[in-house]
Design a protein around this ligand. Structure first.
Ligand SMILES: Cc1ncc(COP(=O)(O)O)c(C=O)c1O
Length: 414
């Protein structure tokens, strides 16, 4: 139970929270009208004490769920020991984390930052630096339609959604767009001027679209033909979410650069660019940096997430619970005519509707389950990686009811 006076627990307080934000927080987010104050495992509790099953994990961040005892212990202990010293000095954790990520990914070096967009920026800069060092300063990038790589100018330049891009033009020049899963178009787009090809192995914001193995192979062939580097953005699909440590490996891709974020710190902000030796050998002292990047607190959190993920066999559990999602979502698709297609694997799923998916979010909240809409018509599920089969079944029952209610209220609106 919460101690009195420390957390808002009444309806009035919840309204106060929202009113204060309306007055003072920059209005860049259209939030659902719910104030979460506490979490435990896959459950969140709002200011009125209502319980919700979380099928979103803060958009793929709370990998170990909420208030995971090992993570709480690790970051409390680290906060009480040493949190930050800057990158001017050594500390014991950054090298350990880089070593663990190297073992998981096969990419021997890591650069640490604080968010996904920063990890993408780092990859784009390292790609330019590689070509600059080789005396052939290529700057062109091939990116995919439907991609999302973040909101900073570089990351936005390789993000396809015009709605996000247009107000901030001009962005970086030299980006060529190619349709998803069209090997011939990709082959035509990549030339001897291409510095890098950037792709999410499973597009997340774009609506949960996995690359096909044939398309992944075409990326490898284009890279071999032209020398273009390959950047795999694993920020949303990486770190076990799909039932594989990284989905690029499941597709047989061999990226030179990999961007990580979201789940890496389990809620403590940390991003990373993983780098092949070939690219890393072209980077010099002072080329890139970040004040907070890879501080002790963030590294300790990430080491704890990796301990749970790898050390305690979470990846095998994800694959198992993923099969339940596959079956249950397939059955839902058969039952509800508004469901057009279900895509994904492991604990990363998109339910594409034949109508706007926005009404599903409040309908699900009303029934005590948290989901999100992306790409207009897609209900996105990114549950905590620790979700059990029992909780998954309960949450999916509620989502099933929410879909039924939306179908009854409005049905497909074309
Ligand atoms: C694939 C991918 N890349 C990059 C980003 C940007 O990450 P951040 O919001 O941490 O900057 C996201 C965020 O949703 C993402 O899904």
């Amino acid at each position: 139970m919460l101690s009195e006076g420390t957390v808002t627990t009444t309806v009035t307080r919840s309204e106060e929270v929202q009113a204060r934000e309306q007055r003072h927080v920059l209005q860049t987010y259209r939030r659902q009208p719910v104030v979460f104050v506490r979490g435990e495992g896959v459950r969140l509790y709002d200011a009125e004490g209502r319980e919700y099953l979380d099928l979103l994990s803060g958009i793929g961040v709370a990998a170990l769920g909420h208030a995971h005892p090992a993570l709480v212990r690790a970051i409390s202990e680290q906060a009480g020991t040493l949190m930050h010293t800057s990158n001017l000095f050594f500390h014991p954790l950054q090298g350990q984390l880089a070593e663990r990520l190297a073992g998981l990914s096969g990419l021997p070096r890591a650069f640490f930052c604080n968010s996904g967009a920063e990890a993408v920026e780092a990859c784009l800069k390292f790609a330019r630096r590689y070509w600059y060092t080789r005396g052939e300063p290529r700057t062109e990038i091939v990116a995919l339609e439907g991609s999302f790589h973040g909101r900073t100018i570089g990351a936005l330049s390789v993000t396809s959604d015009e709605h996000y891009r247009t107000p901030f033009a001009p962005l970086l020049s030299g980006v060529t767009w190619t349709p998803l899963n069209d090997p011939a178009a990709l082959a035509a787009a990549v030339t001897n001027r291409t510095a890098a090809i950037i792709a999410e192995p499973i597009q997340g914001e774009g609506g949960i679209h996995p690359l096909t193995p044939a398309f992944a192979a075409a990326i490898g062939e284009a890279s071999a033909r032209t020398g273009a580097l390959v950047i795999a953005d694993e920020i949303q699909c990486g770190l076990g979410r799909t039932g594989y440590p990284f989905y690029f490996a499941a597709l047989g891709m061999k990226p030179h650069l990999v961007s990580l974020g979201k789940a890496l710190g389990g809620g403590v902000p940390i991003g990373a660019a993983l780098i092949s030796e070939e690219v890393a050998s072209t980077i010099a002292y002072g080329d890139h940096g970040s004040t907070y990047g890879g501080n002790l607190l963030a590294c300790r959190a990430a080491l704890c997430v990796l301990d749970e993920l790898v050390g305690r066999g979470l990846i095998a559990q994800i694959a198992r619970v993923g099969r339940l999602f596959d079956e249950r979502l397939g059955a839902m698709a058969a039952r509800h005519s508004i469901v057009k297609e279900v895509r994904g694997c492991g604990l990363m799923w998109g339910i594409e509707l034949s109508c706007d998916a926005a009404p599903v979010v409040p309908a699900a909240l009303e029934r005590g389950v948290i989901v999100n809409r992306t790409a207009e018509r897609v209900v996105r599920l990114l549950p905590p990686l620790v979700i059990t089969e029992d909780d998954a079944a309960l949450a999916l029952d509620r989502l099933d009811q929410a879909l039924g209610a939306v179908a009854q209220d409005g049905g497909p609106r074309g």
